[in-house]
Design a protein around this ligand. Structure first.
Ligand code: SF4
Length: 402
């Protein structure tokens, strides 16, 4: 089948942007593109989704840096909800969005008729094979975000057979069900998983008592999956015809966005420069944030009992986010807004974009009055001497807290 030609360049690193701050963080730390939700028709009904003006600014900010913005319109809609979609997709195109992510065939049809934006088929559509992918291509889609159940080898075959662009998840939370086809939260909390209402019911600890013989004595997290970390496969993924490597997590923290994006982006830079990824160090850094134990999940072999997250044996990060750089005056100072407090004994570092983190010079931290300080409280601004390696938006983390 003809389609987007197999490229000589390597896959893009695609990052979640849950709000404008996370968008900036993702792009600073090296994402090639971000995906986000607008105020309407997305799956994540978070209050910090992008309003119209924020969306316009986000596109401008990304394009100024040669990056792309994909907008999720991936809810499945009822008839009475379709009314506003035509004007919204036309508006998104005017605001500079680079592609729409859709699941619903009705939304796809409207998007085709009311915009010329490229269409990406959401992972919600559970595309697992080349016939499905070919169907979406015939429907006018440019890309499919494959279901997380697909292996790396299967993704490569789908790409080669169909010619449609493929995007695969490389990092983040995994669903125990086929992505999005889960109603546990509907039953346990009256919230619709398919409308962004998932309360992560599968992460809770449950007692198993279906049969006396396998009754569990204490509650366990047997419904919860470990998190995906495809870093061990990055040499193969970056050398493959796959078009986009996606990091999950629009609701995740700023520390998560900075940590995940900088390591996958570093992997890409290493691959471009040396033809190989030095995985060990990058894998280690991915453990400096909260995670539920890591797995390569279905990318390597089909998920099984080894994919289940065992709460008691999981590792904790040992790091937490302290704040981020809100202002830099070249050669003079950098101002950091604290999200958490610190003590003199804390080891603090600004997460670098390149190879080196910037250790905070302890005797040189000042408050807004210019006084040297040995501790700081949340929601205050501290000042440190500027350094060439510091940029606005960089994240400050500290060691010693899980
Ligand atoms: S409850 Fe768990 S399996 Fe269900 S949608 Fe939410 S994360 Fe996925």
């Amino acid at each position: 089948m003809a389609g987007t030609p197999l490229k000589s360049h390597i896959p893009e690193i695609l990052a979640p942007a849950g709000d404008p701050l996370k968008l900036r963080t993702a792009l600073i730390y090296g994402a090639d593109a971000v995906y986000l939700a607008g105020s309407r028709f997305g799956l994540r009904q978070a209050s910090d989704n992008f309003q119209e003006e924020e969306l316009r600014d986000a596109c401008r900010y990304a394009h100024d840096r040669g990056k792309k913005v994909y907008l999720a319109l991936n809810a499945f809609l009822f008839d009475h909800e379709l009314q506003g979609v035509p004007s919204y997709v036309a508006q998104c195109e005017k605001m500079g969005v680079d592609a729409l992510i859709v699941s619903d065939l009705g939304v796809l049809r409207i998007a085709r008729e009311h915009s010329s934006l490229p269409l990406h088929i959401s992972t919600q559509a559970s595309t697992l094979n080349s016939l499905s992918a070919g169907f979406w291509k015939d429907m006018g889609a440019k890309r499919v975000v494959l279901g997380r159940e697909v292996s790396m080898e299967e993704a490569i075959v789908i790409r080669k057979k169909t010619g449609i662009e493929v995007e695969v998840f490389v990092h983040g939370a995994m669903c125990m069900s086929y992505s999005g086809h889960c109603t546990i939260s509907n039953y346990t909390a009256g919230r619709d998983s398919n409308r962004g209402g998932c309360i992560q019911s599968c992460r809770f600890a449950y007692h198993l008592n279906a049969e006396k013989s396998c009754e569990s004595k204490k509650a366990t997290t047997f419904l919860s999956s470990k998190d995906l970390r495809a870093m061990p496969l990055m040499n193969e993924l970056l050398g493959s015809p796959i078009d986009s490597l996606k990091i999950e997590g629009r609701n995740k923290s700023l520390l998560y966005v900075a940590t995940a994006v900088r390591n996958y982006s570093k992997a890409k830079r290493q691959f471009l420069k040396q033809g190989r990824v030095q995985k060990e160090e990058l894998m280690e850094d991915l453990e400096r944030m909260s995670f539920r134990g890591y797995t390569e999940a279905n990318l390597k072999e089909k998920a099984g009992s080894s994919s289940v997250y065992e709460y008691e044996t999981s590792r904790t990060s040992g790091y937490c986010m302290l704040g981020y750089v809100v202002e830099k005056v070249q050669g003079q100072y950098a101002a950091i807004l604290l999200r958490s407090g610190f003590q003199d004994s804390d080891q603090m570092e600004i997460m670098g974009v390149g190879e080196v983190d910037y250790k905070l010079p302890k005797g040189e931290i000042r408050d807004s009055l210019g006084q040297k300080i040995k501790s700081g409280r949340p929601n205050t601004v501290i000042y440190i001497p500027d350094s060439d390696s510091i940029e606005e938006g960089m994240v400050l983390r500290k060691r010693g807290v899980s």
